[in-house]
Write a new protein. Sequence first.
Length: 561
Amino acid sequence: MEMPTTPSNFIRDIINADIASGKNKGRVHTRFPPEPNGYLHIGHAKAICISFGIARDYQGLCNLRFDDTNPEKEEVEYVDSIREDVRWLGFDWGEREYYASDYFGQLYEHALTLIKNGKAYVCDLSPDEQRQYRGTFNEPGRNSPFRDRSPEENLNLFERMKAGEFPDGARVLRAKIDMASPNITMRDPTIYRIKKASHHRTGDQWCIYPMYDFTHCISDSIEGITHSICTLEFENNRPLYDWVLDQLGIHHPQQIEFARLNITYTLLSKRILLKLVQQKIVSGWNDPRMPTISGFRRRGYTPSAIRAFCDKIGVAKFNSTIDMVLLENSIREELNKTAPRVMAVLDPLKVVITNYPEGKTEEMEAVNNPEDPAAGTRILPFSKELYIEREDFREDAPKKFFRLVPGGEVRLRYGYFIKCEKVVKDAAGRITELHCTYDPETRGGNNPPDGRKVKGTIHWVSAHHALKAEVRLYDHLFAAKDPGDVPEGQDIFVNLNPKSLETVSEALLEPSLKDAKPGERFQFERLGYFFADPIDSKSGHPVFNRTVTLRDTWEKIEKKG
C-alpha cells in the first residue's frame, strides 16, 4: 500500500509500521464508537477526524458503532443526532452502522466461556462492599468471599441473573484476574450487571447488560477492527482490553490512545452538558453557546473550519489545553474569504444630514467581499437620515479616538464625508441624535478634491430603508479560562458568563438582508461574522446569531485584568 502524504503522527507511525510488517495483511479498519447518552461535542469532532481520516488516507474502512450498553441513559434522539453530526462533518460510514446491542447474544456466550474456564464469577457484594474490597493505589485489594465459587455454581447464578430472578444490584459477574494488581482496573472488574430497564433497540429482551470495557473490545474483535483508537483516559483500561481478548482467543485489535481535547473557557463533560440542558441554563443541546457539534453548527461554524482546527492542533500523547482562539481563528480565516460583507447597526444613534436634500435617495455601490473579486457588488440606499453605532461618537473623546466627535469629520463607508455640527440630547442628558453636514464631493467615501483626509471610517444604514431584525450576540458560556477550577464546595456553574448571550431585539440592517436565507453567513462590517439562524429565521424575517467577533476580544479583557 502507498503511504498517505498527510503529515505523520505517532498513530500513523504505528499504522505505517504495521503495514510494512504485513500485520493485519495490510488492512486498516478503524471505528468511531460513541455512547448514545448525549450529543457529540467538539472533542468528539477530533476523534471523528482521526478515525475517519485515517481510514480515508489508508484506503481503509471506518465503522460507526453505537456502544449502547446502558439503557437508562440512552435515547434514539442521541443516535439520530450522532448520525447527523458525523455526516455534517463530512464523513460517511457506508453500510457499516453497528450497535453493541447487535452483539448481546455473542457477548453473553463469551461471558459463559469465561465462567466455564474459571475466569469469571458471580459476586454478591454490594457496590459499597466492592469498593471496600478493591483496595487503594497504595494497598492491594482483597478477594471477594464469592470468588471461589465453582464454574457450575457461577453458570447457574448467571443464567438466573439473565432470567430476571434477582433485583438490580443484587449480583454482578466479575472477571477473575488479580486483586493485588497495581492497576486497579484489573482487580476483578465487573463485566455484567443486572439492569431491569427497557433498551431502545432490544426492548425488554435483556435484564442483564455488559459493561463498557467488556463490550468494547469484543465488539472491535467481531467487526475486524485493526486499530482501536481512543482517548488517553482509556490507557489504564488497555490491559483489560487485552486480557479479555486473550482469554477468549479471538481477533485482537490494537488499542491506541491519544490525548483528548481540552479547550479554554469550555467544559466537555457530557454529565455537565446534560445538567446545562436539564437546568435550562441553555436552550438545548444545540444552543449556540454549547460546545456540541450541533451547537457550533447552529452558531454558524462550518464543517471545514472544524476539520481545519482538528488538523492544526494535531494528535498528541499527552493532555494539554488548547486556546479557544485557535478554533475561532479557523472559522475567521474561512469566513474572511467567503462571507459577503454587509452593514448593520446594533446600538443605533440617529444622524440627520442637515444639508442633504429632503426626500432624496441615492444608490451607493458596495463591494461584497474584497477578498473575493468574483463576489461582485451590491447597492446601498443613502438618505438624509441615517443610523450609526452609538459607540462611534464621543463628546469627550480620548486623543486616539478616530471616529466621530463634535466638530470632527469622518468617512461613511461607501457614502460621504460627514461633519458633526450639533449634538441633540433629551431631558435626561442622553444623546438622541447628531446633526451633521456632508461634503457632496466625497461620494462613495472618496477623498475630496482638496486632498484633505480623515482617519476614521464608520458603517451606517439608511433610517428609511433599514431592516429591523433580532441579532443574538453569543460569547463564551463560561467566563473563566479554566471553568472547572472552582473553590471547594461551590457549584461548577459559578463560572458561567452572565453575558454569554445578549439579544438585540431591533437591530437595524441594510435592506439586502431581508432576503437572507436560513443558514447563510455574513460579515457585519466591523462587528463580526453572523449566521442566519436555521431554526428561528423566517422568510423576510431573519434572525442572526453571532458566530465569532472579528478578533479575539477576550485576550484584551485578560490583559486589562
